[in-house]
Each structure stands twice: as C-alpha cells, then as structure tokens.
Design a protein around this ligand. Structure first.
Ligand code: FMN
Length: 197
C-alpha cells in the first residue's frame, strides 16, 4: 500500500502566537502513529505578498514566482491536511486565506480537518474554512478539535510551555481526527493514483 503523507499547517504567524503550542502537541501525537507520515508546514516559512495574480484555478502549477512555487510544491506532496487555526474577528486568519489563494490544484481531492482555538474553540473560523475547502474540491471532515478557553487558559498559565498534559482532555478527539483523516487520505490517494487524466 502507498504511504500517506499528512501535513500539519500552522495557520497563524503573529508574534507570540498560540499556534506553536498546538503545533507541537498535534505533531507529537500524529508522529507517534505508524499509519502515515507527517510534515509540519509553518506559514511563517512561506511569507507571500497579498495575492494579486491570475487565478491559480486557471494557471495550475505554472507558478508566477519562486516563493509561490515553493508553497505550491509543498502543498502538492501531501495526501491530507490538519490546519491549525486561531479565530480572528469571527473568521480565520487572513495569512491562511492568502496562502490558499496563491494555490488551487495542489489541494484538490484531498481531505482536510482542523484544530481551532478561541472563545468557541475556533468553531466559526473552522466552519468558514470548510466552505473554502469545498471550493478547492477538497473533502472537509467532521471530527475537528476545538480548544476552548478553559484549556487555553491552562496552557497559557502552565509553567512549562512544553507541558502537553494541558491538552489531555482533547487527546481522544485528536485520535478520532487522525483515524478519520488517515482513512480519507488513503482512500482518496488510491482514487487519485487511479486517475488517467
Ligand atoms: C485580531 C484578533 C482578533 C481576534 N478575534 C477573535 C474572535 O473573533 N474570536 C475568538 O474566539 N478569539 C479572537 N481572538 C483571540 C484569538 O483567538 C487568540 O489571540 C488566539 O491565541 C489567536 O491565535 P494565535 O495566538 O495563534 O494568533 C482574536 C485575536 C486577534 C489578534
């Protein structure tokens, strides 16, 4: 069976971001599994200007710039995604949308799920991202992880920033996300491999 690669995409880039704590926890848990490989993608490593090009839905993998090519080729090699998102003004971070708008076909026919945080666990941001994912012809999945304020506060107050025990109540939910994402990633990878076009 073909090996499956899942990417964990850190969707916030601001100074002091909480997403680093989430990325460390999610990456550690997913890396411990043997049913897929994981790769961390940090949007800080992919700074891009505001999108001002021709729609990538039309241009595909003809990249207009080297930095866009690097992002596109990164996204292209994955079979599925876990996007880590904070909530900014009841939406998802603009830096994440900007990165997505520079790409298109790279995400196509692949599953995506989310870990969010905030006053309602990032639920509003995640719901919006599910709509965006459909336009990218992706399969947005159901079992997202929502980090609510009780855990956010405990994590921020923890003396040791590497203390993963604060996420303990969410371990089962992350396991469900991973099981489900692995199934969809394997299944859609097999479907894409069988494509003749
Ligand atoms: C510009 C801005 C807008 C925010 N709006 C919301 C919001 O609408 N809902 C919410 O739950 N939290 C909101 N927050 C709080 C964020 O959820 C919190 O700062 C979180 O840590 C952001 O993720 P990050 O630290 O990785 O950037 C907002 C924060 C910022 C900086």
């Amino acid at each position: 069976m073909r090996s499956v690669l899942l990417q964990v995409i850190t969707g916030t880039t601001r100074e002091g971001r909480f997403s680093e704590r989430v990325a460390a926890w999610v990456a550690e848990r997913l890396a411990a599994r043997d049913d897929f490989a994981i790769e961390l993608v940090d949007l800080r490593d992919h700074p891009l200007p505001f999108f001002d090009g021709v729609s990538p839905a039309r241009t595909g993998r003809e990249y207009p710039r080297e930095d866009v090519a690097r992002l596109g080729q990164t996204i292209d090699r994955a079979d599925g995604y876990v996007v880590l998102t904070g909530e900014y003004n009841h939406g998802y971070p603009a830096v994440l949308k900007n990165a997505m708008d520079w790409t298109f076909v790279e995400w196509r026919r692949k599953p995506i799920n989310f870990v969010g945080w905030g006053n309602v666990g990032g639920a509003r941001a995640i719901e919006q991202l599910r709509q965006v994912a459909i336009e990218f012809e992706m399969a947005p999945l159901r079992h997202a992880v929502h980090i609510l304020p009780d855990i956010l506060i405990a994590a921020r107050q923890a003396e040791d920033p590497d203390d993963r025990s604060v996420f303990g109540p969410l371990e089962a939910k992350l396991g469900l996300l991973a099981d489900d994402l692995a199934w969809w990633a394997r299944t859609l990878a097999a479907g894409r491999d069988g494509e003749t076009e």
